[in-house]
Design a protein around this ligand. Structure first.
Ligand code: PGA
Length: 250
């Protein structure tokens, strides 16, 4: 049987303030009691070194929110996966719906980014998810299936990989899918992976993301094939982030 350690990833997005370093320190301290769960903090890129310093020697991992697919060069404003590796990151999120929407990132771009993350030995967290209109049209599984096919080609399935199901309408809205809706999507993702790579797919962790908070974490993390959470707003406060992690079945 494949053992998948629960991953609780905190996506800080474009948020940083005077208290942020203290929150990182609190997560670091709280993580000592949560050895059954893997935790990561994904700060804005310019603060990566500062967070890396605070996390040095702890089990809490540093992660990126995005990267360019090229290793270096004339790409104004971007950072590469290799740069995330150099500051000690373990994960890089790619294909978040905010990147897909704000920066027009296609599935092909997301696939190239994921491959660039693996090329430097880090683990990509590839995000997929349907819009509200797509769900209302009954197209959720079709949309997720296509995103998986095109953002997660077979070539990246044989290296460390995490996938996150994040319904676009659940992100930052306070809304979450019903348990059955999450079960259905995660089961379809797991089946798609198994169909393509019977040997490799089972190790891939499937996270749920979208309005995860301390009050719903226990229910969400107990669902079949939910191997962790990608947390936005509630990851900014260490107490909430740690409460989510503590709710994971261990
Ligand atoms: P949220 O964001 O937890 O604030 O809904 C989740 C995400 O976008 O990863």
């Amino acid at each position: 049987m494949t053992v998948r350690k629960i991953l609780i990833a905190g996506n800080w997005k474009m948020n940083w303030g005077p208290g942020s370093v203290a929150e990182v320190d609190l997560v670091r301290r709280g993580a000592d009691d949560l050895s059954g769960v893997e935790l990561s903090i994904h700060p804005p890129a310019v603060f990566a070194c500062k967070v890396a310093e605070r996390l040095a020697g702890s089990a809490v991992r540093l992660g990126g929110q995005d990267c360019h697919w090229e290793p270096s060069g004339a790409r104004t404003g971007d950072v590469s996966a290799g740069m995330w590796a150099e500051v000690g990151a373990a994960f890089v999120i790619v294909g978040h719906s905010e990147r897909r929407a704000d920066h027009g990132e296609s599935n092909a771009v997301v696939a190239a980014k994921a491959a660039s993350v693996q090329a430097v030995g880090l683990t990509p967290i590839v995000c997929v998810g349907e819009t509200l209109a797509e769900r209302q049209d009954g197209r959720t599984l079709e949309v997720i299936g296509r995103q998986l096919d095109e953002s997660v080609p077979d070539s990246i399935l044989n290296q460390p990989l995490v996938l996150a199901y994040e319904p676009v309408w659940a992100i930052g809205s306070g809304l979450t899918p019903t348990p059955q809706q999450i079960i259905d999507v995660h089961a379809s993702m797991r089946a798609a992976l198994a169909g393509r790579a019977a040997d490799l797919g089972p190790g891939v962790r499937l996270l749920y993301g979208g309005s995860v908070k301390p009050s719903n974490a226990a229910e969400l993390l107990a669902l079949p094939e939910v191997n962790g959470a990608l947390v936005g707003g509630a990851s900014l406060k260490a107490a909430d982030f740690l409460a989510i992690a503590a709710a994971a079945p261990m």
